[in-house]
Ligand binder design. Structure first.
Ligand code: INI
Length: 156
């Protein structure tokens, strides 16, 4: 048996300021992700006054707004939320690729925890399943991941 020093973040949202950047496209799904994220933050001690929701047209616009918000240095973390649902055109692949690459790039360049809560699904049913139905709520999961990352980074 051995003991190893482990550094890990607690899910404590007290005093944490969070920006939620969410796309309007497929709002029927995205609103449930926002609700899940806010619920998770508040249940872990965040104040509603410390949470801002910023809406953008579609998932493609998420990285730009994440970058703008990261530059303002006003938030401890950002939660990016959206839903890209595969249609009959290759647009899906371009939007998913640019949104995911862009969000990762902003997180690495800014050093700010940015959660990736973008659903990329084949159909609406799969999106609904991940927005509060039987596959959980990706908005809440992303909020928890951002909180844990903020808290683990504080300890390094
Ligand atoms: N944006 C989404 O967030 N989800 C989608 O499913 C989607 N589809 O299917 O096209 C989508 N497109 C819009 C895109 O994100 C941009 O807003 C648009 O291209 C203007 O820049």
């Amino acid at each position: 048996m051995y003991t190893v020093r482990t550094i890990e973040g607690q899910l404590n949202a007290r005093g944490v300021k969070i920006a939620i950047v969410a796309s309007r496209f497929n709002d029927f799904v995205v609103q449930h992700l926002i609700d899940g994220a806010v619920d998770c933050l508040v249940r872990h001690g965040a104040s509603l006054d410390d949470i801002s929701v910023i809406r953008v047209p579609g998932a493609y616009e998420l990285p730009l707004l994440c970058k703008k918000l990261a530059e303002r240095a006003q938030y401890h973390g950002i939660i990016a939320l959206g839903a890209v649902i595969r249609g009959a055109t290759p647009h899906f692949d371009y939007v998913c690729a640019e949104a995911s690459k862009g969000i990762a790039q902003v997180a690495l360049q800014s050093g700010l925890p940015i959660g990736f809560g973008l659903l990329t699904t084949d159909n609406l049913e799969q999106a609904i399943e991940r927005a509060g139905a039987h596959a959980g709520n990706k908005g809440a999961e992303t909020a928890a991941a951002v909180l844990e990352t903020i808290r683990v980074m504080e300890q390094l």
